[in-house]
Design a protein around this ligand. Sequence first.
Ligand code: SF4
Ligand code: SF4
Length: 376
Amino acid sequence: MSLTQAVKAEARRLGFDFVGVTTPEPPASFSNYSRWIEAGHHGEMSYLATDRALHRRADLLQILPECKSILVLSMRYDKPAATAPSPENPIQSRIAAYAWGADYHDVIPERLERLIAFMEKETRKTIPNRWYTDTGPVLERDLGQRAGLGWIGKNSMLINPQLGSYFFLAEVFLGIDLEPDQTFTSDHCGTCTRCIQACPTDCILSERTIDAKRCLSYLTIELKGPIPTPLRNKMSSWIFGCDICQQVCPWNQRFAPHEGDPNFSVRPNLQTADFHTELTLKHADFNQRFKSSPIKRAKRRGYLRNIAVALGNSAKRESIPFLAQALLSDPEALVRSHAAWALGNIGDEHSQNALKQAENQETDKWVLEEIKAALS
Ligand code: SF4
Ligand code: SF4
């Protein structure tokens, strides 16, 4: 068995589904990415647009000068069932499936380290290396395509004909020669436009990119401030990420396996929680509930902001006491302001009373503006 075959076999033994090898040549999609940055589609994610990050994406040898080959690996997570958007569903169904279980930043690195240790044992030398799993300045889908794992779909996801797109990617830059795989050259999207039609904010652009500023994944996770008012209704009841453009993809519907790595299976507390009690989470509750979960990235304030918007969109009278309590007593202006918007969206006498009561006691200028807008 060649070293490349042995490394791939070990990677599969460690739980990776597909493993490909590519070279550190410049990524073909860099000019596309550069145009995406210039157009400002990255929103507030300024770390993507620094000179250092751009140079590293363009020239992979800046990441590891000794790099001779790059391993690209995939690890599956569970496939979500398509459900009608409603807060009556368990909150699990309104959270992107990749975030149901353990944080991949905690699970995947340990396996990458074991894979590198295996290679060093096999070659009996120290191998210069650098690895990433969604954490570094790497156009990972481009590298995945070049390593033969799949094609970049119109929804911008890397799609594998046998796995669909419900998987994480990791890349290991290595200072040794491995046999590169053939680039995945065919495009299996064909004339399909299902993801483009289904996207609630029309944010899927040409050139297989997304206008992040309008994407629910960005709005519910990366955006730290208020959700732009015209986009709140588009969020429906998504509270962390969005799976719509993957759920409608025929490659996921027909071919993606139902179960992924067990570490990413849904946590029981997401199956039992409901939107109303989530809105009452204190800091300590949030930190405990989402310890080692990707959801902690939104922080309590962002998560409760999203819950308030979801409840406003569902416009159920039974949500009013919970939203009123958040408006009157939550310590975060961000949460209070979105609770005000949600009450305005429900718009009945009880929600108006709660808004008037808050108007008399609120001191934050920005929250007061939201209250006034909601009352009007
Ligand atoms: S994640 Fe949701 S909002 Fe973002 S592109 Fe896909 S469907 Fe559109
Ligand atoms: S839904 Fe259709 S167009 Fe979109 S990524 Fe899937 S196959 Fe491609």
